[in-house]
Write a protein that binds this ligand. Structure first.
Ligand code: ADP
Length: 221
């Protein structure tokens, strides 16, 4: 395993105001190495999404988060070198696949690279769909575009919140293979899932949450 990419140190998050406070996550600490795939499991309400939101910068928190040795607590979401993928794809319907990728590079203040666009579409197996609009491709293909868009800005970390759970099983297995091929490219990923088979197929390490706390951190669940 490579060097440390992410360090989450004593993260806490409360929602609500005095008298009506929910402690969503409570003193969570862990590290993730370069190229590692970490699965996060836990019952509904155990704080999984809040944890990913804190890492991505979508929500405030107390504690410290370091990405590639840099404290990112004060970094706004658009400057953090992480991308977030869930079941909602947020592809722009009036833009082609290529234009969606172009916009992601623009948003990341990256110079547009057509070679990188072609390479990532080939890697996702959708190079032949480059000129199509989202409504002209299937749900699984749209998810591949969303994955390509997340990766085109070469983030240090990819956060996945059950992105495949609404897909049929055959398509889901294909995504597992795709994710597995990304692991060999040293892409670091954290994935929330309720599916133990997904964990067994992909995860190097599993973090089990209960009531906002880490109850187990295991290489094999
Ligand atoms: P999970 O992803 O494991 O289902 P969440 O992180 O969504 O858990 O939620 C953890 C706890 O925080 C739950 O008790 C939930 O009700 C509460 N919570 C989540 N989001 C909010 C919010 N925006 N306002 C108030 N409470 C919230």
């Amino acid at each position: 395993m490579g060097k440390e990419v992410l360090k989450v140190s004593n993260i806490e998050k409360y929602y609500g105001k005095k008298g009506n406070v929910t402690k969503a996550i409570n003193d969570i600490s862990f590290t993730v190495s370069e190229g590692e795939f970490v699965g996060i499991m836990g019952a509904s309400g155990s704080g999984k999404t809040t944890l990913l939101n804190a890492i991505a910068g979508y929500t405030s928190y107390s504690g410290d988060i370091y990405l590639a040795d840099k404290n990112i607590n004060k970094q706004p979401v658009w400057l953090r070198s992480c991308r977030y993928l869930n079941q909602r794809l947020y592809l722009f319907p009036f833009m082609t696949v290529t234009q969606n990728l172009w916009l992601a590079q623009y948003g990341a203040k990256q110079k547009r690279s057509k070679e990188r666009e072609t390479a990532i579409l080939e890697q996702m197996g959708i190079a032949h769909l480059a000129a199509r609009y989202p409504h002209q491709i299937s749900g699984g293909e749209q998810q591949r575009v969303a994955l390509a868009r997340a990766l085109i800005s070469q983030p240090k970390l990819l956060l996945l919140d059950e992105p495949f759970s609404s897909l049929d099983w055959e398509t889901r297995y294909q995504f597992w293979d795709l994710i597995d091929s990304l692991k060999s490219k040293e892409i670091t990923m954290i994935m929330v899932t309720h599916e133990p088979r997904e964990i067994r197929a992909l995860a190097d390490k599993t973090i089990l949450l209960s009531k906002g706390q880490v109850v187990t951190e295991n290489s094999i669940l």
